[in-house]
Write a protein that binds this ligand. Sequence first.
Ligand code: CU
Length: 117
Amino acid sequence: MHKFLWAGLGALGLLGIFAACQNNSGPNTGLPTCPNTIGIEGFAYNPSSCKISVGQSVSIAASATHPLRGLGMGNPIAATPTTTTQSYTFSTAGTYEYECTAHSAQGMKGFITVVGP
Ligand SMILES: [Cu+2]
């Protein structure tokens, strides 16, 4: 019984350390920084969630097989689907969603979190 308790406390301690590390390096650090181009692997964007800073640009892969569309108001990714890989500049902090219109139902969506200064 005691061993079980200590194991539980140990796990909590590790979680605490992990959370502290995340907090130390600022908000949204759980997200990877976006690469120059967000690619497609199978029926998913890679990475499907990432972050950039305000004013930065990122390209998102798109093709005839995987038409790209931005969702939501003020999204620099056009609401009209595009079939070409293009670069988008994000000048306002927030989280922007996009999807492949052909495979959205299969979960082919992504998020770009734009972090303010
Ligand atoms: Cu697709």
